[in-house]
Design a protein around this ligand. Structure first.
Ligand SMILES: *[C@@H]1O[C@H](CO)[C@@H](O)[C@H](O)[C@H]1NC(C)=O
Ligand SMILES: *[C@@H]1O[C@H](CO)[C@@H](O)[C@H](O)[C@H]1NC(C)=O
Length: 506
């Protein structure tokens, strides 16, 4: 079965899909996303505590591509009214934003509430309500209070309690204004990039060990925050809770190579399945191939236990089913080229445990080395999710394209258009239940370790001007049209003029 659909998928890579469907179904919603640390700034203003990204950019500035930081970012702490005006201009149905844990609870605990943080988010939520924009709020978008990191962060199982307390505080304080919550944004990036590597703060680099300690804690913390809402708040507040999982989707480089086909499936189980399988599968727990591979490697390394702790019966049941929707962040597809240890893999590590050699030599490029443009991979991921997780209702909670900040951003528009077209294909041809779409991101912002060097915004932000002026890019116009018509635009006005193309090729 796996072999068959992958071959079809790979054939689709070879030619550009025609936009067969253009109209979005009734009730399909559109929004844009941001994250607190990437836009707010005001890093130590009015009582906000230090978070792991403040700590990393101040103490290891060499890890940020352009030496920038989130100290000011795009200053949304002061300029949020402008942000809301932009959202209103675009006509979005919802705004996906995140709370800064350390702005609300400076030391991470509920014994020290920062009243200014509560004021800030109340004002922002009220401004959204005044424009009829629904908030979709992420509780944790990577900016852990440093005080909790000092205790081990997500490698410390006591974080389950700290996260539940924080979630409780947020539901209680803001739940009257919020109907949709996301617990965690991109758990793979939190655990693998930040604990298993130095790609994200706090850059623990405990490869093959800290990453799996993190997932054990994070999935339990997610489940507790879900159950708390479901049992205590939902009867009164009537909202929904989900998790947003990122996928780099893997395909075999040669779809007729049976080994590559199996390994691509293994890589998808390790990447997306690591966090999706415990929550969305029928069986629960980690994917079987992950349990097997990590146990085998751990034994070979001379360890007494697998580096990946399995969930016992209690936790398997407690975690299963704890998301009202499957939130998917998707940007790109990579290839699996063969079996063995990838040349870039540390030992031990997640990548060595996958046991595949991977490549980014596919599709066309962007300003981010990891982001290759492969629209057909998106459709394959969505069909795979429908099959693997019993047809869950899906929200695309991020999707977007990076460049260097061009105002006439034709390539971003063509990315959006091609990826949205794949969503329409799977809705219409495969019955995948995609209910909404979120563009990443409202404006150019502090893109983590890439600083301001990779820009994903619908709005340009001039960071050399102290007033940080925002300017709508052509893609903002495209997105506004799309939302107004609930239809992919048919006109040619968003196509890159041929002359520009020739120039850029010189
Ligand atoms: C959420 O609450 C409802 C109503 O009590 C219950 O039927 C359902 O099983 C709960 N969901 C989970 C995943 O526990
Ligand atoms: C950004 O602002 C600086 C300082 O005001 C100005 O010199 C520059 O021209 C601006 N750049 C753009 C692209 O507007």
């Amino acid at each position: 079965m796996a072999a068959k659909w992958t071959i079809i998928a790979a054939l689709a890579l070879c030619h550009t899909a025609l936009a067969e469907y253009t109209k979005f179904p009734e009730g399909f919603t559109f929004g844009v996303a941001t994250a607190a640390h990437q836009i707010e700034g005001g890093w130590n203003e009015n009582g906000k505590g230090e978070n792991v990204w403040d700590h990393l950019s101040h103490n290891r500035p060499e890890l940020i591509a352009d030496g920038s930081s989130g100290d000011v970012a795009t200053d949304s702490y002061h300029r949020y009214r402008e942000d809301v005006e932009e959202l209103a201009y675009l006509g979005v149905d919802f705004y996906r934003m995140s709370f800064s844990w350390a702005r609300l609870l400076p030391n991470g605990r509920i014994d020290n509430v920062n009243a200014d943080g509560v004021r800030y988010y109340n004002e922002l939520l009220d401004a959204l309500a005044a424009h009829n924009i629904e908030p979709l709020v992420t509780l944790f978008h990577w900016d852990l209070p440093q005080a909790l990191q000092d205790l081990g962060g997500w490698a410390n199982p006591h974080m389950i309690d700290y996260f539940r307390d924080y979630a409780d505080f947020c539901y209680k304080t803001f739940g009257g204004k919020i109907k949709s919550w996301i617990t965690f944004n991109e758990p793979y990036e939190i655990c693998e990039d930040a604990y298993g590597d130095i790609l994200k703060a706090p850059a623990v680099n405990s490869h093959g060990v800290g990453n799996y300690l993190c997932s054990d804690t994070l999935l339990k913390a997610h489940a507790e925050a879900y159950h708390l809402y479901n049992e205590t708040y939902k009867p009164v507040q009537d909202g929904k809770v989900m998790i947003s999982i990122n996928s780099i989707w893997y395909e075999p480089k040669d779809p007729s190579n049976a080994e590559q086909v199996v390994l691509a499936e293994t890589a998808n189980q390790f990447k997306f399945g690591w966090f999706a399988h415990p929550i969305f599968s029928q069986q629960g727990g980690y994917p079987a191939v992950m349990i097997e591979n990590v146990a085998r490697n751990s034994a070979a390394e001379g360890l007494k236990r697998s580096r990946l702790t399995q969930f016992d019966e209690y936790w398997t049941a407690r975690i299963k089913g704890t998301s009202d929707f499957l939130g998917i962040n998707h940007y790109t597809t990579h290839l699996v080229t063969g079996a063995g240890v990838d040349p870039g893999a540390k030992s031990p590590s997640w990548l060595k445990d996958v046991g595949a050699v991977v490549s980014t030599d596919v599709g066309t490029d962007s300003a981010s080395a990891w982001l290759r443009v492969v629209p057909s991979g998106f459709a394959n991921l969505l069909r795979w999710c429908k099959r693997s997780y019993s047809d869950p209702p899906i929200y695309i909670t991020e999707n977007g394209y990076s460049d260097r900040g061009e105002l006439m951003d034709y390539k971003r528009i063509s990315y959006f258009n091609d990826y949205l077209s794949e969503i329409l294909n799977v809705i219409n041809d495969d019955g995948v239940r995609v209910l909404g779409y979120t563009a990443w991101t409202l404006m150019d912002n502090f893109e983590w370790r890439a600083g301001f060097s990779e820009r994903f915004g619908l709005y340009h932000v001039n960071i050399t001007d102290p007033a940080l002026p925002r300017t709508a890019k052509l893609s903002a116009d495209y997105f506004k049209q799309l939302i107004a018509n609930r239809e992919l635009p048919k006109e040619n006005k968003y196509k890159e003029p041929a002359i520009t193309k020739v120039k850029s090729e010189l």
